[in-house]
Design a protein around this ligand. Structure first.
Ligand code: CU
Length: 211
């Protein structure tokens, strides 16, 4: 019903624009329906082969959907998110397919936090951050809380994600620096934490793939 309302608003706006000759900028004023934003694929190919992953925040609210599918040996990733804080968010595939709020880090069980039991980035033991199998472009969330992303990576396949312990899609609270720290800030190179994580901070949304 909301979609119909929105369509009506757009139609009325378009009609008004023809009269007033001021078509530009109207689209930005449309009401944003975050739940719809969070469940509509950016490229509109919902239903294709692949898998659909629900992104949940630590309070178990759906804040997005991720569609994953194989595309000629590469993994195609589509994300639609709503109700997230504006700005860039680190966005990765993490090693273990669990999304548990307030859970222990498997490598340091004394450390407890939201979605920590999903472990580190997929492939973190084989490379530094920026070249992990699980590294993906960051999710940019606009001022209304909505974010959309379409990306492709050949570092991993959908089958890899569906291994015995699965994989988790993770949204972080802050931006990812991809361990790209200029030498003037770090003459000896970035520290171990940066090389492992990209410093995008807390984990605010998570989705289970396989497992
Ligand atoms: Cu991450």
């Amino acid at each position: 019903m909301r979609r119909t309302l929105r369509a009506t608003i757009v139609a009325v706006t378009a009609a008004a624009a023809v009269t007033a000759c001021t078509a530009s900028g109207q689209e930005q004023n449309d009401p944003v329906i975050n739940q719809q934003e969070a469940t509509t694929p950016p490229m509109g190919d919902e239903g294709d082969d692949g898998t659909e992953v629900t992104l949940l925040d630590a309070d178990n609210n759906q804040v997005g959907t991720v569609w994953l599918k194989d595309d000629d040996g590469a993994l195609e990733v589509e994300v639609a998110a709503g109700d997230l804080p504006p700005g860039f968010h680190g966005f990765h595939l993490h090693a273990i397919g669990v999304c548990e709020p307030d859970s222990p880090d498997p490598t340091d069980p004394a450390k407890v936090g939201d979605f920590l039991s999903a472990g580190g980035h997929l492939g973190a033991d084989m490379a530094d951050h920026g070249a992990h199998q699980g590294d993906l472009p960051s999710l940019l969330v606009d001022s209304t809380g909505s974010g959309r992303l379409t990306a492709s990576t050949d570092a991993v396949t959908l089958e890899d994600l569906m291994d015995d312990d699965g994989t988790a899609v993770m949204v972080h609270a802050g931006p990812d620096n991809f361990a790209n720290i200029p030498e003037r800030y770090a003459p000896n190179g970035p520290d171990a934490d940066t090389l492992k994580t990209g410093d995008s901070g807390d984990r605010i949304a998570c989705g289970v793939v396989g497992g």
